[in-house]
Write a protein that binds this ligand. Structure first.
Ligand SMILES: [Zn+2]
Length: 123
């Protein structure tokens, strides 16, 4: 499952509270949210990551990243056409635009590389 993979990439040593680093937390299945039993902080796999406040699901993010990486491999520096990208993901242009920007920065030299690590760990 995508969320599990994201969690494994973000927290290789096990999920830890983003605020106090505690491993003592509960999980609210319905909201896919962890809550720290120590400091009561609530977070998800997306909190404070490059994907925060995104409307796309982790599943769609993986698909988008894969598409984007494939495109880069074929076309080098040319950017993915926005309309084509939106069509492939089945999202509106503004969403595709934002997603493309996030992917660019995530895959760039200063990016976290969160999505790349998720995808490359897949094999
Ligand atoms: Zn905490």
């Amino acid at each position: 499952m995508c969320r599990d993979r994201l969690a494994a990439v973000r927290w290789p040593d096990g999920i830890a509270c983003l605020r106090c680093k505690s491993h003592d937390f509960g999980f609210m299945e319905k909201r896919k949210t962890y809550h720290c039993r120590k400091c009561r902080y609530q977070f998800t796999v997306l909190t404070k990551s490059v994907l925060r406040s995104s409307k796309l699901s982790p599943q769609l993010w993986f698909e988008a990243a894969e598409e984007y990486i494939k495109w880069r491999a074929r076309h080098g520096k040319h950017n993915y056409g926005l309309h084509a990208f939106a069509d492939i993901l089945g999202v509106a242009y503004p969403t595709a635009h934002r997603a493309r920007k996030i992917l660019e920065s995530d895959l760039g030299p200063d990016g976290e590389g969160l999505l790349v690590r998720c995808i490359c760990n897949d094999t």
